[in-house]
Design a protein around this ligand. Structure first.
Ligand SMILES: *Cc1c(COP(=O)(O)O)cnc(C)c1O
Length: 363
């Protein structure tokens, strides 16, 4: 086998390593913020029927515009949106990539507030969009004034606000979204993306940037079925925006990017959204339990509106990460000093994590 450096690879890809958390076989896997509950049997049976039906016509290309899925998503969002306002792709990562393909590119700038989702700079660099990282405060919080000043200063073409923020869990107020949009209008007329991957876990899931869409044609709200919906393996992310934004994304998407199986499975899950989301309350309770018990251990938990908790006060996070793994519990070391991140699992998984953590810390 040749070495990577022997290939005529793009200069900006030289020396890079592929992104991805370790995928290890462990009893308690709490490292990538999945919903650890399985799809309920009644829903699984319906999805299997739908997959079987789509198999019968799998010799044909799927609906390129996936109108039936888009109307199911519009219906799920229940915000008066039309299918024309909805877009979807293989995970919200692909939606984000399409946004950069359409609105970023060489000579254009993307700004986000770090630490934040580590895929953003990778997608930016893949589309040769310049990345501007502005640091959050010491509790990883943002204010409208700070957002406004940063945007006016850097005049980016794309801004992503991650709400709540990964990997810190930090909630974001709608005031911050409004301030960002106003500042972008003045600074560059650029695109504002609000990444609501964890929206359903918020203290009030009805508070969403989707409510700000009317009259803001450069506001894009992205969501995913990978987290609350317990559908990570199906790869379905989506977006709500002005219909013109959707038309822009249709210019860069590959034809038939959503397979017939993906469309059928997603429609099946959405047809049972209440059942599919029935574990969210329990996950939220486990998250709050993690915060409380971690504080009882003398550690520092950051404010979280997501299905995970970033906790600090560790002298040697890498060693704690390994010792937890030795006890069958996989969490995430996101590289922030003194911290680790853990997803809220089932009650039993959360108990196993807390027990292992107490052992490691000798409590
Ligand atoms: C998990 C996550 C996503 C979702 O990725 P998918 O490609 O939809 O699985 C998007 N944004 C953030 C911040 C995430 O943490």
């Amino acid at each position: 086998m040749a070495r990577l450096e022997d290939l005529p690879i793009r200069d900006d890809l030289k020396g890079q390593v592929p992104y991805g958390a370790p995928q290890l076989e462990v009893p308690v896997s709490l490292n990538v913020n999945e919903n650890t509950h399985r799809v309920p049997l009644e829903v699984a049976e319906d999805i299997i029927q739908r997959l079987a039906k789509s198999l019968m016509t799998i010799n044909r290309y799927p609906d390129r515009e996936f109108m039936s899925l888009r109307s199911a998503l519009a219906n799920y969002l229940d915000a008066g949106l039309e299918p024309e306002n909805i877009w979807a792709a293989n995970g919200s990562n692909e939606v984000l990539q399409q946004i950069f393909q359409a609105f970023g590119g060489p000579g254009r700038k993307f700004l986000s507030f770090t630490p934040t989702y580590s895929m953003y700079p990778i997608i930016a660099s893949g589309t040769q969009t310049e990345y501007v990282a502005v640091s959050r405060d010491e509790r990883f919080e943002l204010t409208p004034d700070f957002i406004r000043a940063s945007i006016l200063d850097h005049k980016p073409n794309i801004v992503i606000l991650c709400s709540p923020n990964n990997p810190t869990g930090t909630p974001l107020s709608l005031d911050c979204v409004e301030a960002a949009y106003e500042a972008l209008t003045v600074a560059s007329g650029g695109i504002l993306v609000v990444d609501e991957a964890y929206q359903e876990f918020g203290s009030d899931p009805s508070v969403t940037a989707i409510s700000l869409l009317p009259g803001r044609e450069r506001l894009l709200v992205s969501r995913t079925m990978s987290k609350a919906f317990a559908f990570a393996g199906a790869r379905v992310g989506y977006l709500a925006a002005d219909a013109a934004v959707v038309d822009a994304l249709r210019l860069v998407r590959l034809p038939y990017h959503l397979s017939a199986f993906t469309q059928a499975a997603a429609e099946g899950a959405l047809a049972h959204s209440t059942v599919m989301l029935s574990t969210v309350d329990d996950i939220r309770a486990q998250r709050d339990r993690i915060v409380t018990e971690i504080q009882d251990l003398g550690l520092d938990a950051y404010r979280s509106d997501a299905n995970f908790v970033l906790f600090g006060g560790l002298d040697d996070p890498a060693a704690v990460w390994q010792q937890l793994l030795d006890r069958g519990v996989l969490v995430r070391n996101v590289g922030l000093e003194g911290t680790l991140r853990v997803s809220a699992g089932t009650e039993a998984e959360t108990s196993a994590f807390l027990k292992a953590l107490r052992e490691v810390l000798n409590h």
